[in-house]
Ligand binder design. Structure first.
Ligand code: SF4
Ligand code: SF4
Length: 122
């Protein structure tokens, strides 16, 4: 079961998780050209080794430890994590389209500050 980044990352995107991931499966990193244009970061589901290091590193508790534990309001973002591939324009556009749809359909949640957003997940 891969770990999943969800919407508190939007508006935070500080890459603390990247710094602790032992297998470099969270992208884009700050030193990658995609970083500025991506709305959030994504975990590659096949490269993640389920070590759990990223969860306590995230200042806004954006990361869930499995698809099953991801709240229903965040389920759409599982697919965004899954399709994102750094440097692949089509894959990046698909992931970002999913994120945009999530933002558009969860306006009340997105109005909550990122640090408090996870507590508002349903
Ligand atoms: S669980 Fe471990 S391997 Fe997976 S994204 Fe987090 S830090 Fe990286
Ligand atoms: S640590 Fe959390 S907020 Fe920061 S980039 Fe990673 S998932 Fe996003």
């Amino acid at each position: 079961m891969p770990f999943i980044i969800t919407d508190p990352c939007i508006g935070t995107k500080d890459t603390a998780c990247v710094d602790v991931c032992p297998v470099d499966c969270i992208h884009p990193r700050k030193d990658e050209p995609e970083f500025e244009s991506m709305t959030m970061l994504y975990i590659h589901p096949e490269e993640c080794i389920d070590c759990g290091a990223c969860v306590p590193a995230c200042p806004v508790t954006a990361i869930y430890d499995s698809t099953d534990s991801t709240p229903s309001s965040q389920k759409g973002l599982i697919e965004a994590n899954a399709v994102y591939r750094n440097g692949d324009a089509d894959a990046m556009a698909k992931a970002e389209a999913i994120v945009k749809a999530h933002v558009d359909s969860h306006q009340e949640l997105m109005a909550v500050p990122p640090a408090e957003r996870q507590a508002a997940h349903t």
